[in-house]
Design a protein around this ligand. Structure first.
Ligand SMILES: [Zn+2]
Ligand SMILES: [Zn+2]
Ligand SMILES: [Zn+2]
Length: 91
């Protein structure tokens, strides 16, 4: 049986969090697009926009580069998300 708080191998592999260096989506900045929330990739440290944003740069990044784990880059939010397994974990 799976427990409610089961985490995947990707989330388990995160030992140290990569925190956002800038509070902006690096892709949206290139095209002067708008974003809603920001996420920081835990593989390369890039900060990109979330699924509620028009361009969904973090989702694209996760699947194209296979960088599956991102954290919320929003102040006060402390959670990780795995795009492959669609799993959420708080820290
Ligand atoms: Zn995973
Ligand atoms: Zn973006
Ligand atoms: Zn990445």
């Amino acid at each position: 049986m799976t427990e409610e708080n089961t985490i995947c191998e990707h989330l388990e592999a995160i030992k140290e969090l990569k925190l956002p260096l800038k509070h902006e989506c690096s892709e949206c900045m290139k095209t002067s697009s708008q974003w809603v929330h920001l996420r920081t990739c835990q593989t390369c440290g890039e900060t990109l926009c979330c699924d509620s944003s028009p361009n969904q740069h973090m989702t694209k990044h996760a699947h194209e580069k296979e960088h599956f784990v991102a954290i919320s880059a929003e102040p006060g939010e402390r959670w990780l998300w795995c795009y492959k397994d669609e799993l959420f974990a708080e820290y």
